[in-house]
Design a protein around this ligand. Sequence first.
Ligand code: DGJ
Length: 738
Amino acid sequence: MKAGLGVSALAALAGLALGQNAITENSGNFTLTADGMSYLFHVDQASGDLFSDHFGGPSTDFTPPAQIYQGGWSDGLTNVRREFPDVGRSDFRLPAIHIQHADGNTVSAFAYQSHEILQGKPSLPGLPATYGEDADVSTVQVTLYDNYSDVTAVLSYSVFPKYNAVARSFQLHNNGSDEIVIERAYSFSADLPNLDLEMIELQGDWAAEMNRVKRKVQYGETGFRSTEGYSSHIHNPFFALVSPTTTETTGEAWGFNLVYTGSFAATAERFSHGFIRVLLGLNPLHSSLHLAPGDTFTSPEAVAVYSSEGLGGMSRSFHNLYKNHLSRGVQTKQTRPILLNSWEGLGFDYNESSLVTLAGEAEALGIELFVNDDGWFGTEYPRDNDTMGLGDWTPNPAKFPDGLGPYVNDVNNYTVLNSTSKLQFGLWMEPEMVNPNSTLYHEHPDWVLHSGQHVRTLTRNQLVLNLALPEVQEFVLSTVHRILDSANIQYIKWDNNRGIHEMPSPATDHAYILGLYRIIDNLTTTYPDVLWEGCASGGGRFDAGLLHYWPQSWASDDTDASNRLTIQLGTSLAYPPSAMGCHVSAVPNGITNRNISITYRAHVAEMCGSFGFELNPSELSAEESAAIPSIMAEAHKVNPIVITGDFYRLALPDETNWPAAQFISNDTNTAAVFAFQQKATVKPAAPPLRLQGLDPQARYWNSVDNVTYSGATYANAGINLPWATADYQSMLVWLYKQ
Ligand code: DGJ
């Protein structure tokens, strides 16, 4: 490497800016090159297996593997680093692919057959995936063949040079004359060398999502999984591996994220030699996928990102990759309307007239989108509480005597404060669910997920429709089409409020998720101008799979601003703030009973792409009402940089009394810094707030001190914010390049 030439400069010289030569192959050696990352593997000439060589910072050569004593019980393929480990052939570690053949044996022997390098990236049939033009991404497809069982595996690696990211998936084709059963299918698998690593995952529960937990990658398995049928509140399909010294801004971090909404499993397995096998894919408990002769299985996609700039660098790679090459809705890069949602303000207790009144109050605040949450449907089983009505998607005539059309027109008749625009209308739906107390269930008891005569376990008094069934898919599609065509609906909140318990077979979960993707692919393409927001009792399905179709998702049912800060900053480890839905709710908070000022609540919620309110405006205090106009102005002003800017976590609420986060515009001319003080303190003083990502040479004016400092000063000396001696204080500081 020429001294003094940076990695990006080298990449540009090599033509990577044009997407050329990001993938090369030489005598079975494959090199995937990104601006600051290399991914290397090769074909082992003896076995035909694919061996892992390197995934990390830039590396241009294939070097000899680690020396391992050969002998004893662990030898052969157990002692090497592999890309697509199968069962048998001397490897004692977990396989990425585990197939049961017709005669009952589970051995496979996938060996290299051919490969093809292409510019761009083919889509995955029926599955969400990253996408890009020829200049953005290059792909290599490596075909492996198991000659004993007549099964082909095509491994696909797509490198996005700008984001130091590799997207992986594989296809399995059954060429034989008997059915095979896929017991385990990991989308990402690679063996890292004997490195001292820690795993960070996002763990939680309902109203307590996305807490960072860290543990050492020890011998044996370090991992987690969801068996809830969905990506889940409990564990998110994301993890990072980091060096023990890695921080937010420095050190190595590898991020792994499954672009999938169903049950999953994530594992880092350290074997006796210390190598770490990284596996991410379908949960084997929800696999057993039957593949008939001639059929092809396509695995979901997994995205792996490498950062030499700590966790912050890793997150920004995910954020920008997902904003530019995953989330496909037109609204992804647009500012979002400020909304008011009826749920926390009114619950189920409303009718057309009280809703129109609420919409009027919303309009007086400057709200642009009025969202009618749960409770609007059901005739024989009216949805006046959560025990009935799901599945009967007809407006409740007692609440809406003339249906949705005239009511929505009344809402649309309001003109947004200080604007000529009309108030938009949005609607809540939970199309995947049914209450036993519903006409739908009485007519189609066989449409719900169940296992023979076993009890159909209820959660929140409801059951899950089996979206694997074509007739159920058609029901959901025609229902949502009918509702959207019945009134001027510009937003849908698609909720999902329970996990999957009993299923006809373990494979049903994957078939269900494919059914869900088929439905929402149809709906988002038929209604591209509708703003879709995902929700699953809060963040139960905050995943990259749904982000492909829907530009935003409700982050948590916990709207307490203190807890929300942890949840939102945790979510930002993998997902962009622009994809989060966050609302200001009433105090004391309905879950935590905590009282926090409206300014702090608003600042926490303004850090998300979709900002709004979830309260009854008539119950605001005089002080809160007085604050609303400046909050609305601020929310409008900050939303563009939240949507398009780069995000930096400056300090975390669980590590300091003064958490902070920063957005910076792509041209580095403007920054918006959200700073918080959680508790009043006598001593110590708050540490200086050191900013990131600014141009060090440029001078920036800041709105707190009303002076200019250099970018270097902000980064190294930092600024001291004038905190009052009081709990829950917050500021939004603006910086402008001079
Ligand atoms: C759960 C969601 O997370 C809430 O925001 C609300 O929509 C309720 N469901 C309605 O039942």
